[in-house]
Structures are given as structure tokens and as C-alpha cells.
Design a protein. Structure first.
Length: 660
């Protein structure tokens, strides 16, 4: 779990290739020449490359092992398309590369060929991984220049833990033709489910052999704040089933997958005398179940480091709770395992919850597949625990109130949940099996920034004063992580300077303090003073001052020439508020105020107003994200929403000399 494949830099690959490789002249295979001679699909002039031909062949052996062939043919169209002139193969404990070859068909001259001996292999180094057996083998293909054709073939031998496969046939570039061939032993069956594409029936190409073909697939153009690639790209999920009892090797339902996951974790949450002793220590003096839960949660977050050791099935199977406790480290599923074992000591049940950290990768229509990259806990709340701080609660029809908690997130207190895990779909694993559930969405007030400023404007335009920022939810978590390892007060101020620079051009921070840096169950805060010369602008005998001093909530993500393809996904619910009071310089009074803004589109709202009372100019506003995504049919509303905010943030109040 939490495998983060980090590919080698293409630049490094080419340098290593230039130093060590000697290419050979050899004719490219017939399937590559056939693809090279086929007409190109329609594509945008900015497209870097086109995938002319994609072929995946999976052969299932009677013992459950599989053999695979992966073929790709690209035409490079622009210099930026050189990245496709590299073949990548991921290998591990149970996945081996039988052979790896690549070719180039240049616009003129002879074909080129590269083989296994030209490949470079390196261990994948993911975040927090101490040991992993996942490696990436990279084969650079020569002459990947615009106008040339490049292709490769990789042959795999695999011993899968689950008999399933994913055919990802759509890409970020146009695809002319893609094929998937399945060969199985007599008596075996398959189940194919299509995602983000109409179902295509296969052709029988032999005894217990089928082939699917799709053509002329448009590119998935990247967009800001779009759903994850898995949530929009066309793919087919296929499971293989041996005759009789061996059907358990594949997933027909989420319940099947839950039982598989439960089997892997069987016995892993068993306690040890050392764990029991630690629980007694952590709960000493804590009278209520809630206090005991919080003591255990704090231990998992602060004293158990995130370190992953993933060898073979270890990418999916947690380590034993006793080992995790003894070493004081583990990955996400290990932390969930140890916490579950410790909660059990005082009668609190909990269940694994497997989730994808990119909301939208899994939905109610998604077939059962191993698409999750994170493990958290669903804690069954006893009836006596009724804390308003516990907001991340899922009301389950059979299990009752389940508190969703991520023990890997060191800075998020129990009861809260990061935005990417809210309104998301996850696999709940119980002793009875598995169930796809939707995680709760927290109130908007649980996440955001409350900013207040008491400021003074001088007659020459300098603005100075004090600002207090209170940060909740993900905004507090982000700031706490940003301050990790910062030792000097000067470096701590840099975070404030970065934020202020987005709103004010010239300024100096003259003082700053932080609140609740290490007290994660309280809001995080900054209090700082600053001086901003030339903040207000002289226009003859008038002065223009922007009431919205800090904070930027507008966005230009929809200000593009191309029409939007996908919904806009927000990080999470949010509520921001700003209040700025500016004492005016002696001898000036308000001549004109900006108009108020008052809009509510359902998915979000924005309200602001500027008032004048005596010699004080007061600006207040609230910005609220209430829904986690905006569909395509509401893009115009979202565009209008951001434009209204942008206009309000630019507006100025006009001051004039006091008449005598």
C-alpha cells in the first residue's frame, strides 16, 4: 500500500544511454511498420506525440501465473514528445521481465534497435519507504525526434496475488488503435467491466481466447482541479476465475475484495504483553473512553514513525502489531493495525478503511479493483462518546457511528479528516467482508482561515498595523508541516512573508508570533505586524485604498481558450472570513465606497461589504465552498463566481480631503 512509483528522469536516461549504448541497425517488427503506415488520427497541433498502436496480451497459466506482452508505437510530433522514446518496466518480487526491446523508424535511413543490455535498472524510492523490491527498468530508444516513429515490446512473467488486470487504453495523447488479448486455460472464466467508456464486445480469436479493440480515442487534456486520471480515462477491469473453489482468486464484488483484505490481515492485530502494558500507561488518569482513544491516537501520530517496508505481498499485507510496536515504525496500514489492536484493549472495535487519496478515482459505479493507496481506520464509537469535536463520523446502517481517523496524518487531530479523504469512496473491511462506503463531508467551518486586521493608514499612503490569522483543518495542518525543521525565528517569518506577498507588493514584517504549533487539537494561529509603504495611491488630492488588504480567493482556472472538459474538484469544504479595520489619516474622509458583493451559487458563496464609520474604513467578507465538485453544466456559474470575487478584490475606496 502507498506505493509511489518514481520514474527516472528522462534526461538522466538519455545521458546514460549516450555514454553506454551502441545501437544496432535492425528492421522493426511488422506490427510496428503496420502502425507506422496507418493514417494518423485527428489531433491538436499542440500535441507532442500520437500513440499509433497499443497492444496488451495476457496469458493465464493453469497454476494462476500469467505471461504478458506490452507493445507500443508512437509518432513523435514535437520536441517535447521525446519522453515517449523511453520504455519503462516495473519489476518486483513476483514480476519479472522476460525481454525488453525497442526500435526507431526514422523519417529517412535505416531502422534502429535496442535490447535488454541497453536498459538501466534502479530501485524505486518512494516517500517513507525504507525497503522495497519494486524496481524500474528503463530502455531509452534512439532518435526520438519529431517525425520519427518509436516503439517497444516488453514481455512479463508474473505471479499475481489476485487474478485481475487493468487495461488502460486511453492516454494524455491521442490513441489510434488499442488492443487487449486474453488467453485462459479451458474451463476458466472472466468478468470484464468498462469504466469511462461504452462497453465493447470481444472477438473470439481462438480456444478460450478473446480480443478487444478500440480506435480513435481522444487525448485526456490535463486541466487544473480536474478529477484524477483514473476517474476520467477509459479503461477495462478484468478478473479471471479458475473453475470451482478457486474463484476466490478474483473479485466479483467489493465483498470479495474485503474478504481478501481481511484474510491478509488475519491475526495481525493480535495484542502482546508489551502492547497491553503500553495501553495501560497511555490511559492512566484518563477516565472516559474518549480520553483513552485520544491518548492512543496521540501515541500513533507522534511516537510511531511512517516508514514502509514493502516486499512482495507486503505492499498489501500489514505487519504484525507486536512488530510494529517493537520497532515504532510502519506504513499507513501498519499504523492502522497497531491502533486497532490498542483500541481493542479497552473495548473499542475498529475496522480497516482502504481509500484512494485522490477523490474521484473510485465511485459507486467502479468495479472492485486494487485502486486504493492509503489505509485509515473506522472506529466504532461507543454510545457514551458524544463529542462535538468528532465531526468525521459515518453513520453506518449496521455498525452505527463510525469515526473516520487517519493515524498517519501527524498534524490532524482525532475527530477531523483531511479534505481529500472527505466525500470519498473507500472499502470498509469487517469480519463479514467488504463494503464500498462514502466518507463523511465535514462542515465548512472546520476548514479555512479567519483573518482580522487592525490597521492605520498614513497621509503619505503607508499602511501599518496588526493582523491575526486563525487556521483550521487542512490550513492548520499545512502550516504545521511547513514549520517542521524550521529552527530560527527568521525562517519562521518567511512563511508569513510568502502569504503576505500574494496581496501586498512592498512591505516589512516588524513582528510575528505563532499560536498552537504543537497543540493539534486547537486552531493554529499567526499574529504579525507589518508596514507597507505606498499601499494607498495618490490621485491628485484624492487617495485610493484597497479595503481588502490580504487574502486571494479568486481564480483564473476557467479563463482559458479551450472549453472545459471535466468537472472542477475542490480540495475540501472551506469557509474563510476576513475583517479589516483601517483607521484613516487625519484630514481625510471617505468619498466613495466599493459596492457590496453577494452571491450564492449553491456549490459556493461569497459575501463582502465595505463600510465607513467615523474615521474607520471596515471591510468584511466570507468565502465558502459547500460542495466538493462543480459539474460541467455549472461552469459558467463558477466562472462568474470567480470573476465577481476578482472584481471585489481589486476594488478601491476613495478618500478625499476634509472640507474646511
Amino acid at each position: 500500500m502507498n506505493r509511489k512509483f518514481v520514474l527516472l528522469s528522462f534526461a538522466i536516461c538519455w545521458i546514460a544511454f549516450a555514454l553506454t549504448s551502441k545501437t544496432a541497425a535492425a528492421d522493426a517488427p511488422s506490427w510496428m511498420h503496420a502502425a507506422a503506415n496507418a493514417p494518423l488520427p485527428t489531433y491538436d497541433p499542440k500535441t507532442n506525440a500520437v500513440l499509433l498502436y497499443s497492444e496488451d496480451v495476457t496469458t493465464v497459466m493453469p497454476d494462476g501465473k500469467t505471461k504478458g506482452i506490452e507493445r507500443r508505437v508512437y509518432k513523435i510530433l514535437r520536441p517535447e514528445g521525446r519522453e515517449y522514446a523511453v520504455a519503462h518496466a516495473h519489476v518486483g518480487h513476483d514480476t519479472h521481465v522476460g525481454s525488453m526491446r525497442g526500435w526507431c523508424i526514422p523519417k529517412s535511413g535505416k531502422d534502429y534497435e535496442v535490447k535488454d543490455k541497453d536498459a538501466i535498472e534502479k530501485t524505486v524510492e518512494g516517500f517513507g519507504e525504507l525497503v522495497t523490491d519494486i524496481r524500474v527498468r528503463t530502455l531509452p530508444i534512439p532518435a526520438g525526434e519529431p517525425g520519427n516513429i518509436v516503439g517497444y515490446e516488453i514481455q512479463y512473467n508474473d505471479r499475481p496475488y489476485v487474478l485481475d488486470d487493468q487495461w488502460q487504453f486511453q492516454a494524455s495523447i491521442p490513441v489510434k488503435e488499442a488492443r487487449y488479448t486474453l488467453q485462459m486455460p479451458s474451463g476458466w472464466e472472466y468478468k470484464a467491466v468498462w469504466v469511462n467508456h461504452l462497453k465493447v464486445e470481444p472477438n473470439a480469436t481462438g480456444a478460450n481466447q478473446w480480443q478487444w479493440v478500440v480506435t480513435d480515442l481522444p487525448a485526456i487534456r490535463p486541466e487544473t482541479a480536474m478529477p484524477p486520471f483514473e476517474g476520467v480515462a477509459g479503461r477495462m477491469i478484468i478478473s479471471f476465475f479458475a473453475p470451482g473453489a478457486a474463484r476466490r482468486n478474483g473479485f466479483l464484488t467489493w465483498d470479495d475484495m474485503g474478504k481478501w483484505a481481511a484474510g491478509l490481515a488475519s491475526g495481525r492485530r493480535d495484542t502482546t504483553p508489551e502492547i497491553s502494558k503500553k495501553v495501560v500507561e497511555l490511559t492512566a488518569g484518563r477516565d472516559t473512553v474518549q480520553q483513552k482513544m485520544e491518548g492512543v491516537a496521540g501515541f500513533l501520530q507522534k511516537d510511531v514513525r511512517y516508514v514502509a517496508i514493502e516486499l512482495g505481498v507486503g505492499g498489501w499485507q500489514p505487519h504484525a502489531a507486536g512488530d510494529i510496536f517493537m520497532h515504532r515504525y510502519g506504513d499507513c496500514k501498519d499504523k492502522a493495525t497497531l491502533m486497532s489492536a490498542m483500541l481493542k484493549q479497552f473495548g473499542v472495535e475498529s475496522y480497516y478503511l482502504f481509500i484512494n487519496t485522490e477523490r474521484g478515482a473510485v465511485g459507486p459505479e467502479t468495479p472492485p479493483e486494487r485502486v486504493f493507496d492509503h489505509a485509515i481506520l473506522a472506529i466504532k464509537l461507543p454510545d457514551q462518546v458524544q463529542s462535538p469535536r468528532y465531526q468525521a463520523v459515518l453513520n453506518h446502517a449496521k455498525l452505527g457511528r463510525l469515526l473516520i481517523f487517519d493515524p498517519t496524518n501527524e498534524k490532524n487531530p482525532i475527530g477531523q479528516l483531511s479534505g481529500d479523504l472527505q466525500g470519498n469512496y473507500a472499502l470498509l473491511v469487517t469480519p463479514e467482508g467488504g463494503e464500498l462506503v462514502e466518507t463523511p463531508q465535514l462542515p465548512t467551518k472546520s476548514n479555512g482561515i479567519a483573518r482580522t486586521g487592525k490597521l492605520k493608514l498614513e497621509a503619505h499612503g503607508t499602511l501599518s498595523g496588526e493582523v491575526q490569522e486563525i487556521r483550521f483543518g487542512d490550513f492548520a495542518v499545512y502550516e504545521r508541516y511547513a514549520q517542521l525543521g524550521v529552527k530560527s525565528s527568521k525562517d519562521r517569518v518567511k512563511r508569513i512573508e510568502q502569504e503576505v506577498s500574494h496581496s501586498i507588493g512592498m512591505f516589512d514584517i516588524t513582528g510575528a508570533t505563532m499560536q498552537n504549533l504543537d497543540v493539534t487539537d486547537s486552531p493554529f494561529g499567526y499574529t504579525y505586524t507589518f508596514v507597507a509603504p505606498g499601499y494607498a495611491k495618490q490621485i491628485g488630492d484624492l487617495m485610493a485604498v484597497r479595503p481588502r488588504v490580504m487574502g486571494n480567493r479568486s481564480s483564473d482556472i476557467l479563463e482559458t481558450k479551450e472549453p472545459r472538459q471535466f468537472p472542477v474538484i475542490f480540495n475540501g469544504p472551506e469557509r474563510d472570513s476576513d475583517t479589516f479595520e483601517i483607521t484613516l489619516p487625519t484630514g481625510y474622509e471617505v468619498d466613495d465606497l466599493p459596492p457590496p458583493a453577494d452571491v450564492d451559487f449553491g456549490f459556493a458563496s461569497y459575501h463582502s461589504k465595505t463600510e465607513s464609520a467615523g474615521n474607520v474604513l471596515k471591510y468584511t467578507r466570507t468565502f465558502e465552498i459547500k460542495e466538493l465538485s462543480v459539474p460541467l453544466n455549472k461552469m459558467e456559474d463558477l466562472r462568474k463566481f470567480y470573476r465577481i470575487i476578482a472584481g471585489d478584490e481589486r476594488n478601491t475606496a476613495v478618500l478625499k480631503p476634509v472640507a474646511h
